[in-house]
Ligand binder design. Sequence first.
Ligand SMILES: Cc1cc2nc3c(=O)[nH]c(=O)nc-3n(C[C@H](O)[C@H](O)[C@H](O)COP(=O)(O)O)c2cc1C
Length: 309
Amino acid sequence: MKTEVVIGKLKIKNPVLVASGTFGYGDELLGTVDINKLGGIVTKSLTLKPKIGNPPPRIAETPCGMLNSIGLENIGVDKFITEKLPILRNYDTAIIVNIAAKRVEDYCEIINRLEDAEGVSAYEINISCPNVKEGGLEFGTNLSMTAKIVKETRKLTDKTLIIKLTPNVTRISDFAKVCKEEGADAVSLINTVVGMAIDIKTRKPKIASITGGLSGPAIKPIAIAKVFEVFRNVDIPIIGIGGITTWEDAVEFMIAGAKAVQVGTANFIDPTASLQIISGIIRYCEENKIYDVNEIVGSIVIDSPKVEK
Ligand SMILES: Cc1cc2nc3c(=O)[nH]c(=O)nc-3n(C[C@H](O)[C@H](O)[C@H](O)COP(=O)(O)O)c2cc1C
């Protein structure tokens, strides 16, 4: 059975990746998870300089999900290149480096530094973090800024360029369209949904930055609707993210149009979730006589809509 998926120049051995910020830099779970079995690892967002992130509390549990406002805490691109990449490049899996920045110039500088390093398979450009003051959502909700970031970063690399989109906009497919026009190879969606939770005893917000990013099963139906919207309107490979916990969830995303998926919050519950998802997808294909996993992508069946005239 064929499980390989191709996205731009990136070839991944199966369609399951671990999502940015939920698997460290890719090295933290080396002893726990058989990394070689993953389609790929998307690293924690890297910024040009190290970042300490937002003050605590910055995680709160909510029904069916979690709120976080980590604020892109990370070691910075240089330390990643010297301390993390040498470990990661020995693994037989794709290393997709996620990048965040406050300025277009900084996105470009980070890519320039990574282009000189060995072991990077692709880039995921994060323009969708809801938990930072500058950059993040400010870029991802602005069509002309999105266009500019894609245009400028595209000039710097032949590697696969994936743009990570936010659901916190009116029409996500408009953003995917701009990404395609400016030369992106793929879009990944969704990043977290802006959310809030309050402690009724203290009447204080449960996380210090008041609002945060909601992830986990609570956002799965939102994410699938966004994947389907982009699939219907834009001819660009989609990587689906949002609340994927089981192989059935992953297959649902693929039927809606996702070529590959990322597993995020589920890693905090069970770091081997993605491995179980991979074997579940393979079993599903075998049982349904599907010889190539790509056959599932966009195979949605829609009867003519039954709406009142
Ligand atoms: C604790 C935490 C940290 C995250 N950090 C990042 C990050 O640094 N960069 C990024 O692009 N997305 C980040 N995300 C978003 C995830 O990659 C993913 O898009 C989102 O959580 C939705 O998927 P899920 O419901 O499977 O978790 C983070 C999510 C969580 C829960």
